[in-house]
Design a protein around this ligand. Structure first.
Ligand code: HEC
Length: 686
């Protein structure tokens, strides 16, 4: 018996070794693909013929925004979103609109995918708009009345908070296991924010089936890692990048983000479990199987930014079911999927301490693989693009505090954050086959700091400081070019209200109404505070707040550090070694085409032996690389930046590669949004 088991394990291991990871057939039916590997078993497009790939169709949306959507394709139909978060169904072969579902909810911002459940007539398509999860009939786009209230549930409900006081959004689709859909969400990064409960809902009725408190309640393990009552008022530790299911074992892997507020945690003393953690939950019950915390008591917004990737590797001659979790810091944690134990030795790193609060004295970082983004900014890494830019960068650099890879914020001084607030890795995720991980990353510096909270006493100013100052600055002057100045805005009050309600680009939507909204807009437009109101009580209102996310750019708007500013790597997780690493992206205006650029959106991989990725911000290209050596096989110009993860699928006997594109992150370029599909013409198809 025992021997039999061993034999079986050996056979299964051998099979896994020779067979390519099981793809998704003709469809792309799952956000991020099976096991989050972004792998397709399609092979009509190959390494040999990909250079002949041509645009097959383009679906333009007469809307601006940044949905960052990684669509689904099932039975030749593409399911996706418009920038205002209408759900759409397109004919996968022609791009013709089949239906469009307009929820009536004012919504915008990223909504990176959808989920589909069931087969045939019983199929349900789960789509989001604002705070609502909808169950739609995939054939018609009509809400299914038996789900929740008239086809939708409000995810703000049931979190133990006043529904009107919290804002949340569904940035990633739910994960389906049997007849439940498991949901995380994005919430505010400053108080008041929703607690990041991970919840499972019945796919038929929308009723809650289980809930896991990422900020544990009394009696639950991990509660001791917070102040006793924090769970009542605190927020965050939410899972926004999307989860991944091991359906053989019934385990759902959920990455979580920081606790609120992101940059100052004196009111949340302790390690803050399960913020900044990878959680393995029993998909049936929501019971915690294990956790791995990437940052203890985070004060630098070091969310786990990508869904994890499930893969099989060989370590010490043993096949191991592993899970790889990418980070903003440039570390890749490779863990045993069953036990949560790291597969490579960990190093306990001493980290800089703050004068404002007690931080963890050490953080654990993996010895392998080596970080995929630089860790320490020094003078030798400051830009040499021009002598002027260099001199400017040196002066700025010496004005900043520099803590290395685990920064904390200070009063009256900016602290370097390198890699920046947007990674390292980001939400696009990674692709994988045969134990190799293909990962794109940013490699630029940002800065941040703190100001005293007392600057705002009135309602308008208070709301502004709580909701807007992190991006638009305490003085409303923004931080060009990423965050516009509101002092110089040409918008009318009505147009501003519209932006606040719908969100735009990186700006989330806010559900502010009535007095709150008008006081806020008065303050935004005039700097005057109309109504005086008491500051919200409760110990979740910290003494300091963030001065805003600032990119460390030179006076011409280029990163103030040396290139590469964006990279694509192939990392063998059997050995922890890099197989190759190349700059990803160009600045069209620069003569040097090897700088790489910031990139948002991930890669996919096909059995045809091709890696597809767009993601680059400024050159607006989609590219195909050879996964064996990183050689460029094909590239095409997109109408806008492909800041999303592509998909591939079959329709009418043809393999398509589809990407969503928009210019929301590059305001200097023409604005718009589209889906663009590529395929081989009949002449060159095998
Ligand atoms: C997470 C960062 C972030 C937060 C928080 C944020 N914004 Fe924004 N906001 C942006 C970005 C980025 C843009 C530019 C978006 C675009 O055009 O793609 C923007 C644009 C705007 C604009 C349009 C400006 C113009 O002239 O076009 C207004 C008005 C605005 N924000 C107001 C607010 C208010 C009021 C709040 C607080 C309730 C707020 N924002 C919170 C990031 C943010």
């Amino acid at each position: 018996m025992k021997n039999n088991k061993k034999l079986w394990a050996l056979a299964a291991g051998l099979l896994a070794a020779v067979m390519p990871a099981f793809g998704q057939g003709k469809d792309w039916a799952l956000y991020g693909g099976e096991g989050g590997r972004r792998f397709s078993s399609l092979a009509q497009i190959t390494r040999a013929n990909v250079s002949k790939l041509e645009q097959a169709w383009r679906f333009d949306m007469a809307e601006m925004g940044d949905p960052q959507t990684h669509p689904l394709a099932v039975g030749g139909i593409v399911y996706a979103y418009t920038p205002s978060l209408d759900t759409i169904a397109l004919d996968g072969a022609t791009g013709k609109l089949k239906w469009r579902f307009h929820s009536g909810v004012k919504a915008g911002g990223p909504q990176r995918g959808l989920s589909i459940w069931g087969k045939g007539k019983a199929q349900r398509l789960f789509a989001a708009a604002g705070t609502y999860l909808y169950a739609l009939d995939p054939a018609t786009g009509k809400p299914l009345a038996d789900f929740g209230e008239a086809g939708r549930i409000d995810l703000r409900a049931g979190l133990g908070r006043d529904v009107d006081k919290i804002s949340l959004a569904l940035t990633a689709p739910g994960t389906i296991w049997r007849d439940i859909i498991i949901m995380g969400f994005r919430t505010d990064e400053s108080a008041p924010a929703a607690p990041g409960d991970i919840r499972a809902f019945d796919v038929y009725s929308g009723k809650l089936r289980w809930s896991f408190h990422t900020i544990p309640h009394p009696g639950e393990p991990g509660h001791e890692s917070w102040p006793t009552d924090y769970w009542k008022t605190g927020g965050g530790a939410n899972s926004w990048p999307g989860m991944v299911l091991d359906d053989k074992r019934g385990i759902v892997f959920a990455p979580t983000g920081s606790a609120v507020s992101d940059f100052y945690g004196a009111n949340r003393t302790g390690e803050n479990l399960y913020a900044n953690s990878l959680l393995a939950l029993d998909a049936n019950t929501g019971k915690l199987l294990w956790h791995f915390q990437g940052v203890h008591h985070d004060v630098a917004d070091r969310d786990f930014p990508s869904p994890p990737v499930l893969l099989t590797v060989t370590h010490n001659c043993k096949r191991i079911y592993a899970v790889a979790q990418a980070t903003k810091q440039g570390y890749l944690f490779v863990l045993d999927r069953i036990t949560g134990k790291p597969l490579f030795p960990m190093i306990e790193m001493q980290v800089a301490q703050s004068e404002l609060e007690k931080l963890s004295p050490t953080q654990s970082v993996p010895s392998l693989p080596a970080p995929y983004a630089r860790q320490h900014l020094s003078e030798s890494l400051l830009t040499n693009r021009t002598p002027q830019a260099h001199a400017w960068a040196v002066e700025q650099f010496h004005s900043f505090a520099n803590d290395g890879p685990f920064p904390h914020m200070r009063l009256g001084q900016q602290t370097l954050v390198f890699p920046g607030f947007d990674g390292g890795a980001e939400w696009g995720g990674q692709a994988s086959a045969n134990g190799i991980l293909y990962l794109n990353a940013n490699d630029v510096a940002w800065t941040g700091g703190l100001v005293e909270n007392s600057a705002a006493s009135g309602l308008g100013a208070g709301l502004y400081q709580d909701n807007c100052a992190a991006c638009h600055g305490p003085d409303r002057k923004g931080a060009a070019p990423a965050f516009p100045s509101l002092v110089d805005s040409k918008l009318t009050a009505e147009q501003m209200a519209d932006v606040v309600h719908s969100g735009r680009g990186r700006m989330p939507a806010f559900a502010l109404q009535g007095d709150s909204l008008s006081s806020l807009l008065t303050f935004v437009r005039s700097g005057e505070d109309r109504e005086l109101a008491a500051k919200p009580a409760g110990d979740n209102h910290p003494a300091y707040r963030f001065t805003g996310y600032r990119k460390f750019l030179d006076p011409d708007g280029y990163p103030a550090v040396t290139p590469p500013w964006g990279t694509l790597s192939a990392i063998d997780l059997n050995s922890g070694a890099y197989l190759w690493r190349i700059p990803l992206g160009e600045y069209p205006a620069l003569a040097d085409k090897s700088t790489g650029s910031e990139n948002y959106g991930g890669p996919i991989l096909t059995k045809g032996g091709v890696l597809f990725i767009a993601a680059t911000l400024y050159d607006k290209k989609i590219r195909a690389f050879d996964p064996q050596d990183g050689k460029l096989l094909w590239q095409a110009q997109l109408p806008y930046a492909g800041n999303a993860t592509p998909i591939t699928y079959m329709a009418g006997g043809r393999q398509y590669v589809l990407i969503q594109a928009d210019n929301a992150r590059d305001k200097k370029s023409p604005q718009g949004a589209a889906y663009v599909a590529f395929a081989l013409t009949a002449k060159v198809r095998p």
